[in-house]
Write a protein that binds this ligand. Structure first.
Ligand SMILES: NC(=O)c1ccc[n+]([C@@H]2O[C@H](COP(=O)([O-])OP(=O)(O)OC[C@H]3O[C@@H](n4cnc5c(N)ncnc54)[C@H](OP(=O)(O)O)[C@@H]3O)[C@@H](O)[C@H]2O)c1
Length: 326
């Protein structure tokens, strides 16, 4: 029987257990996929720990690449034998084989490897909707500064390169000198070690006191207040994650002095239809195939070492993308 990583309750890494689980035939609108590689994402930590509550038992994982084994009734865009990759609800990619809705599963171009597909779908589609669709009210023009936290991570390294391709001056933050160097090597124009330096003061300096039009903040609790300081009037606070913990409740009045905008953005709204998902994936495939965005797979763990993979991710020891191998 195929191997699967399941949790029976929310908790620490020790809750993740490798089990044999039978996999049947896909129903209407579903596919069965045999994974060749699985993507690791910070959302897997939230879903494991219980920050995001989900019904149990649960197979974690929202990103993967492999070969379609069977398709259910009504699935038109995929067939058995196709190479495919996805970022998708519900979780379940920490497995050798799974059944899932076909809607967000995309054909993987032949010149993109399974490892790259698994490393880039969730992270790359996130960079796509943020840089392309989550924009300040005054828009972004080439030359504009933007601030991106945790810029040496999975989503971050893709964003550094994509922002450069779009002509934006991305100011990166990251948690070590090595990570700052990596962000700079991938297209950031400035990098701030926010464990040492006051990033709001540095952003003021870099932008000549003006501030940035948009902050892309996936760190959450630890960076929220200072991120608001970094924004110029009418700027957008695009909050999209909680690596340091969720942002506490706040009074809207704090936005008034600069008339700021706030969004709490999430990928799954953007890929809710087959059409929008495919359009975004095509955009991602284009920047990867053109070489404008390179997918850095800086860590690989066998699926049965998934506990070590989570430990490294939570300890801020990873850079770029991490793939679980099957
Ligand atoms: N809303 C969405 O649509 C969406 C989609 C995808 C991802 N996300 C979010 O985007 C973020 C990046 O995801 P990813 O999978 O690519 O992860 P990642 O960036 O590779 O890893 C998370 C990074 O967050 C930073 N961080 C800051 N404070 C931390 C803390 N207290 N504990 C742990 N890490 C901390 C660390 O980098 P430094 O050491 O450099 O600080 C760490 O490497 C996550 O917050 C994730 O939830 C959101």
């Amino acid at each position: 029987m195929p191997l699967t990583v399941q949790i029976a309750r929310h908790g620490g890494i020790e809750e993740m257990k490798l089990i044999d689980l039978p996999v049947g035939e896909p129903g209407p609108g579903q596919i069965r996929i045999r994974h060749h590689a699985i993507g690791l994402n910070y959302i897997d930590v939230y879903q494991r720990s219980g920050l995001y509550q989900l019904p149990m038992p649960l197979t974690l994982g929202m990103e993967g690449a492999g070969v379609i084994e069977a398709v259910g009734e009504g699935v038109m865009h995929l067939k058995a034998g196709d190479r495919a990759a996805y970022a998708s609800n519900p979780p379940g990619s920490y497995s050798e084989v799974r059944i899932m809705p076909a809607q967000a599963v995309c054909k993987l171009p032949d010149d993109i490897s399974f490892d790259t597909g698994a490393a880039m779908m969730l992270k790359g589609l996130t960079a796509q909707y943020l840089l392309r669709k989550t924009l300040p009210v005054e828009g972004l023009q080439p030359g504009d500064h933007i601030l991106w936290h945790a810029a040496a991570g999975g989503v971050g390294l893709i964003a550094c390169q994509w922002a450069k391709a779009l002509g934006y001056q991305l100011i990166a933050t990251a948690g070590s000198e090595e990570k700052c160097a990596l962000a700079l090597a991938n297209g950031a124009v400035h990098a701030i070690n926010y464990r040492v330096d006051d990033f709001a003061a540095r952003v003021r300096e870099i932008t000549g006191g003006q501030g940035v039009k948009v902050v892309y903040d996936s760190v959450g609790k630890d960076t929220w207040d200072k991120s608001l300081e970094c924004l110029r009037p009418l700027g957008l606070m695009a909050s999209f994650g909680n690596a340091s913990g969720p942002v506490p409740p706040f009074a809207p009045g704090i936005l008034a002095p600069k008339c700021l905008y706030v969004t709490r953005a999430t990928l799954f709204v953007h890929i809710a239809t087959r059409e929008s998902c495919q359009k975004m994936a095509d955009d991602l495939f284009d920047v990867v195939r053109s070489g404008q965005v390179k997918i850095h797979i800086d860590q690989r763990f066998p699926l049965d070492q998934v506990q070590a993979a989570h430990r490294a991710l939570e300890a801020r020891q990873t850079t770029g993308s991490t793939v679980l191998t099957v």
